[in-house]
Design a protein around this ligand. Sequence first.
Ligand SMILES: Cc1cc2nc3c(=O)[nH]c(=O)nc-3n(C[C@H](O)[C@H](O)[C@H](O)COP(=O)(O)O)c2cc1C
Length: 214
Amino acid sequence: MDNDLSNYRKSYEKHELLESNVPENPMELFKTWFHEADALFAGETNAMTISTIGLDGYPKSRVVLLKKYTYEGFIFYTNYESEKGKAIAANPNVCLSFFWQAAERQIIIKGKAEKIAENLSDGYFESRPRGSQLGALVSNQSQVVESKDVLEQQLRKLEKDYEGKEIPRPKNWGGYIIKPVEMEFWQGRPNRLHDRIRYTLQNDYNWLINRLSP
Ligand SMILES: Cc1cc2nc3c(=O)[nH]c(=O)nc-3n(C[C@H](O)[C@H](O)[C@H](O)COP(=O)(O)O)c2cc1C
């Protein structure tokens, strides 16, 4: 097989990223870029890639949905016993990335993952549709399943068991917050002279801002 993609080429010209225009706190720039991307793109702007270092020593990346962000960090929900959950338990250092093609922008975030407080996970779980709640209950995420039929049978059983009842949050399901230590904003520019501005956390509040070579 020989699929040559060398002629895929695009000139990026939509925006410019200048040190003189960026806020002191990268979460503020994240918020601006998020809303600008959201206005341009009808899909899931909150889809982000999270990479972890697995127990097998390999990095692994997968997409999850960002559900909240604050000055403190980025929150998503998952199964704590999934492959990513086990990876985070052994090494909380993770990398998040967003690619917003319509804005010709990428953000790469290095940070530390922590479980959020149980009451916050409870609150979010309660707000989910019943179908998603049952899905979380039935799924031993990342485990091998005997067959799709077995999974569907288990789901039907849970639907009956919980008919008319409140569905409790499984203890192995909840949120993580990724607290950033480094955030890099990449803006595509013509002639591959892209703008890259990196924020590095110096202490709890101060961020060092550097321009990186494209
Ligand atoms: C658009 C999209 C959104 C997703 N959102 C989530 C999510 O919020 N939480 C989650 O656990 N998995 C989500 N997934 C599934 C993950 O990519 C992944 O398959 C799952 O978390 C198991 O990963 P692991 O086995 O590496 O732990 C999403 C996948 C896609 C494509």
